[in-house]
Ligand binder design. Structure first.
Ligand code: ADP
Ligand code: MG
Length: 722
């Protein structure tokens, strides 16, 4: 029966927010657990500090002697805070993180112990690489994998209730030097972007050009469900989403949750969570309720892409741990509840350096900002040429539920520029570059409200890739994903486009054109070739779905099964090889790992659907039917008229559900696939629709079976009881 469901409701109703410490000032806690430059400056000699600072800020190589000194200082700092273990933390090709802990301890012959941490231990670790999904790289080299310290991402301490570990952000590579992780490609993509950008900027006459870096600010959406409910739902625990559940009579239609007052228990959780982030040097900046009931968002302030990517992973880890301590299960899945808004992760991205600033900031007069026009043009070309790659890096079983549905950007990659910029680029296409109207001043007409400057263009929520004033916002990324894949794709396509621009620009300039004229010539050609990717209208509309494909030649790529094969296309291979970001074999291994992950996710879900239908839902439905039968025969004995509609519906739906379960069980046994593409297509089509079929009948049963006999926490309970 439903004892656990009832008990859950009882427990939650009597629950108080978990009390945490009184608020402390930001300056007291900020980065207290981070071995950052400020701490190094205190601990190191002037020369050692200068060397490590140069490495951190520009990626310059570090000598072994300095590494030794840094290691000693790091250990000193950490052991004073009670740390006894250290670990390289790395980022395998899954969306998770991995760590292997080692003690600082060594013993002396007299039985006493001391702690030791040398430069070489800091620099290199050697976990067994063979158990991580490596794709085809597993074949070429058996087991050896190395982790290596990334000094550009600061080390930090992770605390538990009674211990603490020094965490050292690292890359992960095979014995043959191939990237087995998500960090190496990100660092390489950044380097490729820098090289290409340097070429363009020097052609534009810039003389002093500091190294360029990409920046990332990620907005993370998530759901909180009380753990008492979560524990009674195997689907939430194992798949991260509900595989069953009838819609609640009230869902999100009133939009009353969006930006609403945050429930007190959640507010307490958020503040605790954010204090932990501050201690780790993660600049939590924005939080609010999201569209769906039980859904929230957190966005830290943007940072260098490499650090932001590490921080994003850490943020997800800390969020789950903190939620648990507050009695919540934190759901990062892209679609935990059918019919309710899903969760995304908007990845805000720009590139810049200290000498030229943010190259994606147009300033007040974009038509006069030639550098900006070239870099923004390069992004337009990238989105047009590499739409399928951008779609592939956001492909996952979870994100398939969002993309293309009417809540999230469509599965067609286009780029939104806003009115003002769209005008500038369409002028360029006509060979001219003129002043365009800015947003002007906003005058509310109310004397007590101050006027302010209006943005030159509105926002467009329906675009997967939107310019938002001084950056691009990749809005189609899934909430559970690492931001590295999208950042690698964006940096690499930008590098490729800047290389193309440099070549064209050089030709135009050596032909005698002045800078202004040369830029117009190059961008005119670019817009003629790639302007089709620019779209400012409603991305959710049926007209766009038709026009994008039929008139613009863009691709609509609905599922992961359709999207992932892009990793094997000649365009993508050439892109990664020419920029030096991924070799053919590294790319192939990624395709294999991501395909495998997709197959595994769908298979786990299918098995859960079968198990829950058979062992939880079927028994509830048949018990209810027995109850009805008893009632009916009693009524008949009393000579009362019996309406058997309910029993009939339950019987029909139960049988239909079990028939679909049988078909699903047969389907997941199928093994004779010609290749992985065929296997993925079978799962995306046949298996997913059979799961949906089982669910349809189960959800109908939920609406028939007596409430006190229904075993699974209902949508209205999980979404609204906090
Ligand atoms: P919105 O919900 O309006 O899109 P938020 O304030 O929630 O905006 O999030 C915007 C994110 O973009 C933040 O992480 C912010 O720090 C980041 N951001 C702002 N400027 C840049 C930039 N130049 N490059 C990269 N990210 C940026
Ligand atoms: Mg946003």
């Amino acid at each position: 029966g439903n004892e656990s469901r009832n008990q859950a409701i009882y427990q939650i109703t009597n629950r108080e927010p978990t009390l945490v410490d009184k608020p402390k000032s930001l300056s007291k806690i900020w980065a207290q657990d981070v071995f950052n430059l400020a701490k190094m400056e205190e601990a190191l000699s002037k020369s050692a500090y200068k060397a490590i600072k140069k490495t951190v800020q520009t990626g310059a190589p570090l000598d072994a002697a300095t590494a030794d000194v840094v290691a000693a200082a790091m250990k000193e700092w950490a052991t004073k805070k009670g740390v006894k273990f250290f670990s390289h933390i790395f980022y395998p090709m899954t969306n998770a993180t991995a760590e292997k802990h080692d003690g600082f301890v060594i013993t002396s012959p007299d039985g006493s112990c001391i702690t030791e941490f040398t430069g070489s231990l800091l620099i290199k670790g050697e976990p067994d690489g063979s158990s991580f999904p490596n794709g085809s790289l597993r074949m070429t080299n058996a087991a050896r994998g190395y982790t290596a310290w990334d000094p550009t991402s600061p080390a930090y301490i992770m605390h538990t209730a009674n211990g603490a570990t020094l965490m050292i952000p690292s890359v992960f590579m095979s014995w043959t030097g191939e990237a087995l992780d998500k960090k190496i490609p990100l660092l390489r993509s950044n380097a490729a972007m820098n090289t290409a950008a340097q070429k363009v900027l020097s052609l534009m006459g810039e003389t002093e050009i500091a190294p360029l870096n990409s920046s990332c600010g990620a907005e993370q959406e998530y759901f909180l469900v009380d753990e008492n409910f979560a524990n009674s739902r195997p689907d939430l625990l194992l798949a991260g989403r509900t595989l069953f559940g009838a819609p609640s009579p009230k869902g999100q239609e009133f939009d009353d949750h969006y930006f609403g007052a945050i429930p007190p228990r959640v507010q307490v959780f958020m503040q605790d969570f954010e204090d932990r982030l501050y201690k780790l040097g993660i600049p939590a900046k924005t939080h609010h309720n999201e569209v769906a009931p039980g859904q929230f968002e957190i966005a830290p302030y943007y940072e260098a892409a490499n650090v932001a990517a590490d921080h994003q992973q850490l943020l997800m880890t800390v969020m789950k741990i903190t939620a648990k301590e507050h009695g919540f299960l934190c759901l990062l899945h892209e679609k935990p509840f059918a019919g309710i808004n899903g969760s995304g992760k908007h990845v805000n991205w720009s590139v810049g350096n200290p000498t030229q600033g943010n190259l994606l900031d147009p300033g007040k007069t974009p038509n006069e900002n030639l550098n900006f026009l070239l870099f923004c043009g390069a992004v337009i070309r990238g989105v047009h040429l590499h739409g399928p790659l951008l779609r592939a890096v956001i492909a996952s079983a979870g994100n398939d539920h969002r993309l293309g549905a009417n809540e999230a950007p469509p599965a067609i990659l286009s780029v939104y520029l806003g009115d003002q910029l769209e005008q500038v680029y369409s002028d360029i296409k006509e060979g001219k570059l003129e002043a365009v109207a800015d947003g002007g001043e906003m005058d509310s007409g109310l004397s007590q409200i101050l006027n302010f400057t209006r943005d030159p263009g509105d926002r467009n929520r329906t675009s997967p890739f939107a310019f938002t004033g001084n950056r691009f916002e990749f809005r189609a990324v899934g909430s559970a994903q690492s931001v590295s894949g999208p950042l690698v794709a964006m940096n690499t396509m930008l590098a490729d486009s800047l290389n193309w621009i440099a070549e064209k620009l050089e030709a135009a300039l050596s032909g005698g054109a002045d800078k202004n004229a040369a830029v117009i010539v190059v961008l005119k050609e670019l817009m003629e070739l790639h302007g089709n990717a620019v779209f400012g209208g409603d991305g959710y509309s049926a007209e766009w779905h038709k026009a994008a494909v039929e008139e613009r030649g863009l691709k609509n790529i609905p599922t992961t099964a359709d999207a992932l094969p892009a990793f094997q296309s000649d365009e993508v291979k050439a892109l990664f090889e020419s920029t030096g970001v991924l070799s053919a074999v590294e790319l192939e291994s990624r395709y294999e790992v991501y395909s495998e992950q997709y197959v595994l996710s769908i298979e786990v879900e299918a098995k859960l659907v079968i198990e829950m239908a058979k062992t939880t839902i079927y028994p509830a439905a048949s018990t209810y039917m027995m109850d009805l039968a008893t009632t009916y025969s009693g009524m008949a004995q009393m000579g009362l008229e019996v309406d058997k509609t309910s029993a009939e519906v339950v019987a029909v739906e139960t049988n239909a559900m079990m028939a679909a379960v049988a078909k699903l069980s047969t389907a997941i046994e199928k093994e004779d696939f010609a290749n992985i593409e065929e296997h993925m297509q079978f799962l995306a089509n046949d298996v997913c629709s059979l799961m949906a079929e089982v669910r349809l009948h189960a959800d109908t049963l939920e609406g028939e079976v007596a409430d006190d006999m229904w075993p699974l926490a209902k949508y209205r309970e999980m979404l609204f009881i906090k």
